[in-house]
Design a protein around this ligand. Structure first.
Ligand code: ARG
Ligand code: ZN
Length: 474
């Protein structure tokens, strides 16, 4: 074996000698020695990011800076061919690490160009590089894979991931579906930029996030090259394929819009999609500047049962109503730009996006937010709305349940009543500006609201987010 470039043979021998010593002692002792030694041999990265709701989502020991996905989807055979190149950085000395991937056959894995050993166990693709990757080390992982992608079933019974349709696929990954179509560090804690290139049969359109860099047809196939430069959680990536009518334009604010609409939904979708620029402009006045350079929508014709705030380009399973468009657009600030660190904080996404709907109605001739709040509050103590407090859904089975959306929005409304409109909107703008392209937690939001308003809000947060049962009115 030749030493890797730049590494003198002398040092290598030293490493080999220590490994030989370690092999002779029990594992626990070896771990201790490893932790104490100046050049630790490295330990395995954790199989999950540590989220109790989805323990195997994400992985420990490294951060993915960029994903470069090259995909080819055969819509009639429902076959996907993929190559994923991940630019990563080790956050510990790594002897091996996991990626999230389920189904599909992996044919080759390399780390910095050198073939790496790999095995599959459940949703984990376990990769053992030839050499320990030291803390801070930048490295590239290449995974070649193919097969027939299938969605996963979430704890709430919904389908999630690569969902085949009659003319392509509806690709939505919240909370855990990214692993059905690309190997990922799939927890919102890890955000990355993306290049996604998708080849589909001529006549189909493949839509992803960010800007369309180019589109080329040759030999009966069309390749679409997409790029999202702002950090994005894996669940917000899409590669939705279908027969779509495409519309492209640039808004007055310079946002590049790309709408892809299934012709069967076109007439119902048109009047709503027409409002996208004004909805984004209105949300920008409330929440601060739109975080991204591109926008748009994918309106598919599929029976999935939900829409998703895929970054820059929300995905609808049929023509959305205006409230849904407002909701998914608000997620671009709350959820996409400012992301969760744990799924239990999901009300920071869904409560905020729901409250945006209430505000939209209030400012566009509909019911006031107070009226919406009152109608919900009138529900009896046994109503499902009060089944659990939104700050603590209890498990992944409840993260998309009514209390998260509606009582989450009610909690925000109570904050607004407590601090007044001026401070409330200052809080929302400070939140989206201060955590832009990053993360936020419920505790951080509470501290910010208290700081901006100068009021103590711990009682309110405790009551509305963390206390079981219907809250008493303040
Ligand atoms: N975040 C989406 C929305 O509120 C809902 C996603 C639901 N996903 C699921 N697997 N049930 O618009
Ligand atoms: Zn939502």
């Amino acid at each position: 074996m030749t030493p890797p470039p730049g590494q003198p043979a002398r040092r290598r021998t030293g490493v080999l000698r220590r490994e030989a010593v370690l092999a002779a002692v029990p594992a626990a002792v070896a771990a201790l020695l490893g932790a104490a030694a100046p050049a630790a041999p490295g330990t395995a990265g954790a199989p999950g990011a540590g989220d109790p709701y989805f323990p195997l989502s994400g992985n420990g020991g490294y951060h993915v800076r960029h994903y470069d996905l090259t995909l080819r989807y055969d819509t009639s055979a429902r076959h996907l061919d993929g190559t994923a190149v991940l630019a990563a950085r080790a956050t510990q000395n790594l002897s091996r690490f996991d990626l999230d991937l389920t189904g599909l056959k992996v044919t080759r894995v390399t780390v910095d160009g050198a073939p790496a050993a790999f095995r599959r166990t459940g949703q984990e693709l376990v990769v053992t590089p030839r050499h320990t990757l030291h803390t801070g080390r930048e490295f590239h992982i290449t995974v070649a894979y193919h097969g027939t992608p299938k969605p996963v079933t979430d704890p709430d019974g919904s389908a999630d991931g690569w969902i085949p349709t009659d003319d392509g696929a509806f690709v939505a990954g919240e909370p855990q579906g990214a692993m059905t179509w690309f190997p990922a560090n799939a927890h919102p804690e890890d955000k990355s930029s993306y290049d996604i290139t998708i080849t589909v049969p001529q006549g189909r359109t493949a839509v992803s996030n960010g800007v369309l860099l180019g589109q080329r047809t040759a030999h009966g196939r069309t390749t679409f090259r997409w790029r999202e430069t702002q950090p994005m959680a894996a669940y917000l990536a899409t590669a939705t394929v279908g027969k779509f009518k495409v519309e492209q334009y640039t808004t007055r604010d310079g946002i590049r819009v790309y709408n892809a609409v299934d012709p069967r939904e076109a007439s119902a979708a048109a009047p709503v999609l027409k409002k996208l620029p004004s909805v984004l402009a209105w949300e920008s006045t409330l929440f601060g500047p739109y975080p991204f350079r591109s926008a748009g929508s994918v309106v598919d014709h599929a029976n999935v049962g939900y829409a998703l705030e895929t970054q820059t380009r929300p995905l609808y399973d049929s023509a959305p109503d205006l409230g849904t468009l407002v909701h998914e657009s608000a997620h671009q600030w709350f959820g996409d730009s400012v992301s969760l660190t744990a799924w239990k904080d999901i009300w920071l996404n869904e409560g905020f996006a729901t409250y945006a709907e209430w505000l939209y109605a209030e400012q566009h001739g509909g019911d006031s937010a107070q009226k919406t709040f009152d109608a919900l509050y009138a529900r009896g103590a046994g109503d499902h709305l009060w089944a659990f407090p939104p700050g603590d859904p209890g498990s992944g089975a409840h993260i998309f349940d009514t209390p998260v959306y509606a009582r989450g929005a009610m909690a925000l409304h109570e904050v607004r009543r407590a601090v007044g409109d001026r401070d409330f909107f200052r809080i929302l703008r400070a939140w989206s500006a201060g955590h832009r392209y990053g993360h936020g937690t419920t505790a951080q939001f509470e501290r910010l609201a208290e700081k901006v308003s100068g009021k103590r809000l711990d009682g309110l947060f405790h009551t509305w987010l963390f206390t079981k049962g219907k809250p008493n009115r303040a």
